[in-house]
Write a protein that binds this ligand. Structure first.
Ligand code: ME8
Length: 520
């Protein structure tokens, strides 16, 4: 712990009933970029991700495969852990809901909700979607011509009738609406906020929070015939991860979370059930829940049966880590649905990364290495053009900080790459290669300014393209301790005289494998 402001950020925890897909990778990459951004901006960040291992969906998949749910969870949770490593995620912990610490935590939140009078026993009959692990009102379901009844997310529902504990969700309608009203940033983006406000305004029914027809879950305290409804335990991971119920654990100081990053399909659980559970347990609410959009493969929903599920490991292997991270965060406005295709990825890699930033850096830094005795030259007085591009670079932090503050990652990238484009125009217009003969002092100034602008671009690119950014900063001889956002702007200007090496190629062009084979 330090005296820096704390920042606690989480992803949803994934169901390990299958292997990770690109939707999981997208959420992990985006959340990691946010965690890195806040860390570089001077916060004491705690970043949690993990797997959600209980429930009927896990049990059914395990049965189909002829293994126990624990074996299934062990096998696939390891894949999720490997995925976040492969994606370069800087999570502080990886929680599994089958861990002992999480049993304690879930049972404690249950006890507190019970003690508050918000849990009672009755019997449930109604519709349940195993795929969504969600209860639906009859009016939210639809019987289709295929004879199957479907829930609002398009997954089949089944009739469930069993003894069950209930959570008094109906009692929280007014308090939730008051909370949304008093905390306009609690739910983002605004479409999701409107959706939730209108859902809650229509009235809330009490929620069934235990199951008796199977036992793959966390036992209800003092009534072991019941296991908790998987979402009660799943949501509780966010407090288990920071030490709950041991409120003397130093990590507990991170609670409440600054933001839960999730997909739009699970907003109801996070923006309605979770705050109600926390209110019932007398615990502070997270500051924000942000729902990103869904990724589609050329407009189609990914599914195992269509055979268009993209393996995140292959993606990184094929296109590169920074390239994959950059593509998804630049191409898809965060919060909206997005599409990806091979062509779109290659275009971003070659245009934005290899051409715009990669070429600018390699051309300008190799000119310094070649023409200035390998040292950053001393600039002369700045012209208007010099000052304009420096001002644009110096102003990036404020825009990026505001954008990341609202999870608008794409806006931050737009700002940084607008500066990349402007730096290219500047470099082309100033023609330092021509100045070499006519006005070497002026060439020195242009090269200095370009290097300084690249420094700031690289520092701000670190959250999204960490490997390439560090190659650029290595080329500029920026020491490891001088790469945080505190050095942006005039405070961290490059010092003339430092040795400059041509950076290792930060962003190679993507060459189609056939073309490459053909060339040889
Ligand atoms: O929902 N595009 O787990 P999950 C973008 N265990 N995001 C996607 C996506 C897609 N195509 N498909 C899924 C669960 N996601 C629960 C969460 S949290 C206490 C419990 C997102 O494995 C999805 O919206 O089905 C969710 O945020 C995350 O991936 C995990 O989905």
């Amino acid at each position: 712990m330090t005296d820096k402001p704390r920042y606690y950020i989480t992803t949803a925890i994934s169901y390990p009933n299958g292997v990770p897909h690109i939707g999981h990778a997208y959420e992990a990459i985006a959340t990691d970029a946010m965690a890195r951004f806040q860390r570089l901006d001077g916060k004491d960040v705690y970043f949690l991700t993990g797997t959600d291992e209980h429930g009927q969906k896990m049990l059914q998949t395990a049965r189909k495969e002829g293994i126990t749910p624990r074996e299934l969870a062990d096998r696939n949770s390891a894949r999720f852990r490997a995925m976040v490593e492969t994606l370069g995620c800087t999570n502080n912990d990886f929680i599994r809901t089958s861990e002992e610490r999480h049993y304690k935590s879930s049972q404690e939140i249950w006890r507190r909700m019970l003690a508050n009078g918000d849990i009672y026993k009755d019997s449930y009959s109604g519709w349940y979607s195993v795929r969504d692990e969600a209860y639906y009102q009859e009016g939210e379901t639809e019987l289709r011509p295929d004879g199957v009844r479907y829930g609002p997310q398009g997954t089949p529902v089944e009739w469930v009738e069993e003894e069950s504990y209930f959570f008094r969700l109906s009692a929280y309608q007014d308090r939730l609406l008051a909370h949304y009203e008093a905390n306009p940033d609690f739910i983002g983006p605004s479409e999701r906020r409107n959706e939730i406000v209108s859902f809650v305004s229509r009235g809330l029914k009490d929620l069934s929070v235990s199951r008796t027809t199977f036992d793959w879950g966390i036992p209800v305290p003092d009534d072991e015939r019941h296991v908790m409804y998987v979402w009660v335990d799943a949501l509780t991971n966010y407090i288990t991860g920071v030490g709950f119920p041991d409120e003397s654990d130093p990590k507990w100081a991170y609670w409440p979370a600054d933001v839960h990053v999730i997909g739009k399909d699970i907003i109801r659980f996070h923006a309605v059930y979770w705050p109600a559970f926390l209110m019932a347990a007398g615990l502070p609410l997270p500051k924000r829940v942000y729902a990103h959009g869904f990724l589609f493969n050329r407009g189609e929903k990914m599914s195992k049966s269509v055979g268009n599920v993209i393996d995140p490991f292959n993606l990184v292997e094929h296109y590169g880590l920074d390239q994959t991270r950059y593509f998804f965060l630049r191409e898809v406005p965060f919060g909206q649905d997005g599409n990806y295709s091979h062509e779109a990825i290659v275009n971003r890699i070659n245009a934005d990364l290899a051409n715009d930033l990669g070429n600018l850096a390699s051309r300008s830094l190799s000119m310094i290495a070649k023409n200035c005795d390998g040292a950053l030259p001393q600039p002369g007085a700045f012209s208007e053009a010099d000052q304009a591009i420096l001002d644009q670079a110096d102003a990036m932090l404020e825009t990026c900080r505001a954008a990341f503050g609202k999870q608008e990652i794409h806006q931050a990238l737009n700002c940084v790459w607008a500066c990349v484009a402007e730096a290219n125009r500047y470099f082309a217009a100033q023609e330092p290669w021509a100045l070499k003969k006519t006005d070497p002092a002026r060439m020195n100034t242009v090269l200095y300014v370009t290097a300084e602008v690249i420094r700031q671009i690289a520092i701000l690119a670190q959250p999204v393209t960490p490997l390439a950014a560090s190659k650029l900063l290595d080329g500029l001889q920026v020491p490891a301790g001088q790469r945080s956002f505190a050095t942006l702007g005039a405070a961290g200007r490059l010092a003339p005289g430092v040795a400059i090496t041509k950076p290792e190629q930060a962003f190679p062009r993507y060459v189609e494998p056939e073309a490459e084979a053909g060339e040889g």
